[in-house]
Write a protein that binds this ligand. Structure first.
Ligand SMILES: [Zn+2]
Length: 174
């Protein structure tokens, strides 16, 4: 599998390193074998490995299906939209008020982010990432962004969870 060759020891950032013998690339490849490619891609995106993969193509295929259903027309920017949504999903920015902890100084939920510890990127930065003018983004892409993001929130957490479980389980039994 091509995707396995692309994984590197950054996998340790996924929280599977503690309490085990040091991981080797071979062990990680073995652990990742059989995990859903889409779930793996999300885990990779979370650790900053934004690279072409089977999972990337699979997700883009789903975005194209959504595009057809909503009659968005053919656009080469669909992959950009997907990457903007992936960033917002997998690499949220830290809330400036609580610095990502989700708690205020009284150890209650942060009032600014509601306890999530995250803050949203601005529409302007999303437009910039997509290479479109802000007005175009607001007129055309903002609605599409919400549709894709809703799809992500509905479907990605479970895929991600399953991929992580698969990897941890395999490492435990190895
Ligand atoms: Zn906060």
């Amino acid at each position: 599998m091509e995707i396995l060759a692309r994984l590197n020891p950054k996998c340790q950032n996924w929280g599977v390193g503690g309490g085990f013998d040091p991981l080797t690339p071979l062990m990680i490849s073995a652990a990742c074998a059989g995990a859903d490619s889409l779930g793996l891609m999300i885990l990779q995106w979370k650790v900053g490995q934004k690279i072409p993969s089977a999972g990337y193509d699979k997700l883009l295929g789903r975005i194209k299906d959504i595009s057809e259903r909503h009659k968005w027309g053919i656009s080469t920017r669909l992959s950009y939209l997907m990457e903007v949504c992936l960033d917002d999903y997998a690499q949220p920015l830290k809330c400036k008020s609580c610095h990502g902890t989700g708690k205020n100084e009284l150890h209650k939920d942060c009032g600014k982010c509601g306890g999530s510890g995250n803050r949203n990127r601005s529409n302007a930065s999303r437009a910039k990432q997509m290479g479109v003018h802000r007005s175009t983004y607001m007129r055309v892409w903002a609605r599409r962004y919400r549709i894709v993001m809703n799809y992500f929130m509905d479907t990605l957490p479970e895929l991600e969870y399953r991929a992580e479980w698969h990897i941890k389980n395999h490492l435990k039994s190895a």
